[in-house]
Design a protein around this ligand. Sequence first.
Ligand SMILES: [Zn+2]
Length: 235
Amino acid sequence: MSGIGIWIVLIIIPMLFGLYAQAKIRSAYSKNVRIGSRGGITGREAAEAVIRSAGITDVKIVEVPGELTDHYNPLTKTLALSAPNYRGHSLAALGVAAHEAGHAIQHKVGYAMMSVRQTLAPATQIAAGVSNFVIIGGIVLLSYAGSALGYNLLVIGAIALAVICLFHLVTLPVEFDASRRAKEQLVGLGILDRDEMRGVNETLGAAALTYVAAFVAALGSLLHILLILAGNRRD
Ligand SMILES: [Zn+2]
């Protein structure tokens, strides 16, 4: 395959997949945030019911600004929900709230992949900070001067991308497991009827796709750099 062909497969297609996943979550969310649940309880109440049922009493549930800024912070034991999910009783709100509660349960039961993800988080932050600079610098030095410094910078870039890639890979089971717990609890606790789960499945499925896209993009970038390194080693 030519350099352009490799670039299209490893960089452009994953990027388009990422844009598709972003569009998908936006449309799934905006559709299901308008469908009210029959039970009428809010996202906050649903998150509370799910964590209480798991015997969790030390997690704070707070409202945060922004759209889809919902998250669980294991360091502060805070479950943060954006306003429409905190106050609303839509299928999307209940799905997202129960998903974040799923993360709180993972934390309580010591779900292994969550601990691995937590451990990788600081290194990933550093890697994300340096990778672009190092890779662009490496490619420029390598193509114009063919220097050993350029090659070495790309090796550092590849290590940074490998860390980022591993982080996104470990994120996948964490996210899938949180959604699985959410769906079980929404039905099990009687928060939603079975026929209302379609909206939840649609929303959480689209959210999961964005995590898959992030992993695919990281993997594509890593392979791309590894191919460049392999090509320059031969020369
Ligand atoms: Zn999540």
